[in-house]
Write a protein that binds this ligand. Structure first.
Ligand SMILES: *Cc1c(COP(=O)(O)O)cnc(C)c1O
Length: 387
């Protein structure tokens, strides 16, 4: 796996550590998504890349935003996203944050409980609400199960409560878990969506949209052990198209669809330029020697998701070097700040040599501490985006 094009050039030009994003690459992913899912509205899950340049670029392309609270709403507005395209997609919200969003002009709110519906009715009167259905998260690298969503039967009660409270029951939503690797997960979600739409219709509630959430897998990752993850995107898109058609047929009336990709749009178009801190050989608890490669970036400054994956590493100064297995870790005094499994690395790395961590454009800028152990958050550069 290697970097190409403008992303590569920007990584090669960097003399200090940073995050680099290729805006035109992000644009190509948006265009592909729109080709695969024609007519489906795209909302970017802001938390995956809260970078102003990226948001401004997406806003120019007519992409909406899934925001989790007042700060994300304000950032999206500043980036030029029209407020009617900003959705409050977090089921967890305080009275104060609901009121703030309402004052900002946000009209769509995710919910999954009667308590939250009452709060929305009180602080955002007249809002449109969409109820999130729970999923198992099976098949995803990060399942988002227990914390969110309700069972189909409970969704009916939640939306009826919304109706009684003077809100507009507008839709249903799901999130099948982040980096969902199976098409089956969406198949199961469609079954629950169909059942819930039917049950609602029997109670006289006709919704106008379904939000298929995030979870679309990104390309470019390798798994914990360094094997490329090869997400079955063609199959997933086919299941999404079939599922949407089936729901439309069942529903009769007009039904709009939304997707809320986060990592799918940005992961492979961002990379971290870091450097070698040190390589060592130390005897482990079992008495055998292990090689370690300590990088200047790790879980607390840009490479957070090593709990479930490896970022492919490029050693631009050692393209043809002999490789040896090493444990790779970040610079902090935290033993969780390490890659999950050994990586093959050049044998003769020196302190200061550049290292590129690819496929790190998603959740890098957001899962960055303010300076754990004094290691500063990475600055960023964006390339492209002239159009
Ligand atoms: C995080 C999130 C997303 C994006 O998830 P990805 O797995 O990055 O696509 C979409 N919708 C909601 C409500 C989210 O919380």
């Amino acid at each position: 796996m290697t970097a190409t094009g403008p992303l590569r050039d920007a990584l090669a030009a960097a003399t200090e550590d940073r995050l680099v994003y290729d805006l035109d690459g992000i644009g190509a992913s948006c265009a592909e998504l729109r080709r695969e899912l024609p007519g489906v509205h795209v909302r970017f899950a802001l938390k995956a890349c809260p970078v102003d340049e990226v948001l401004r670029y997406l806003a120019r392309r007519g992409i909406g935003v899934d925001a989790a609270g007042p700060e994300e709403i304000a950032q999206a507005v500043r980036a030029g996203v029209p407020v009617e395209r900003i959705h409050y997609g977090n089921t967890v919200k305080s009275d104060r944050n609901i009121a703030h969003a309402h004052r900002s002009g946000v009209r769509d709110y995710a919910t999954d409980s009667v308590e939250d519906v009452r709060a929305v009715a009180a602080h955002a009167p007249g809002a449109r609400v969409f109820c999130r259905l729970a999923t198992t998260g099976d098949g995803a690298l990060w399942g988002l199960s227990d914390k969110f969503g309700c069972a189909p039967a409970d969704a009916v009660d939640v939306l009826l409560a919304a109706w009684e409270a003077g809100l507009t029951p507008a839709g249903l939503s799901v999130h099948v878990g982040s980096q969902q690797m199976t098409a089956d997960a969406w198949q199961d979600a469609f079954a629950d969506l169909a059942q819930t739409l039917e049950a609602l219709r029997r109670r006289g509630v006709v919704l106008d949209h379904v939000n298929l959430g995030g979870g679309l897998p990104a390309r470019g990752y390798t798994d914990r052990y360094g094997t490329p993850l090869d997400p079955p995107l063609d199959k997933i898109f086919a299941v999404l198209r079939d599922g949407m058609q089936h729901l439309r047929d069942l529903h009769g009336g007009p039904l709009d669809f939304v997707v809320e990709p986060g990592r799918h749009l940005v992961a492979e178009h961002g990379a971290v330029r870091a450097h070698v801190v040190r390589t060592t050989r130390r005897r482990g608890p079992d008495g055998t020697y292990r090689r370690w490669l300590y990088l200047s970036a790790g879980r607390f400054n840009g490479l957070y998701e090593t709990d479930a994956l490896q970022y492919p590493l490029v050693f631009p100064t050692h393209p043809d070097a002999d490789r040896v297995p090493a444990r790779v870790a970040g610079p902090t005094c935290d033993s969780d700040d390490a890659f999950p499994a050994p990586v093959l690395v050049p044998a003769d790395l020196r302190s200061g040599d550049p290292v590129w961590a690819l496929a790190s454009g998603a959740y890098a800028a957001s899962y960055m501490t303010r300076g754990f152990n004094g290691f500063a958050p990475l600055p960023h550069t964006c390339v492209g985006g002239a159009r």
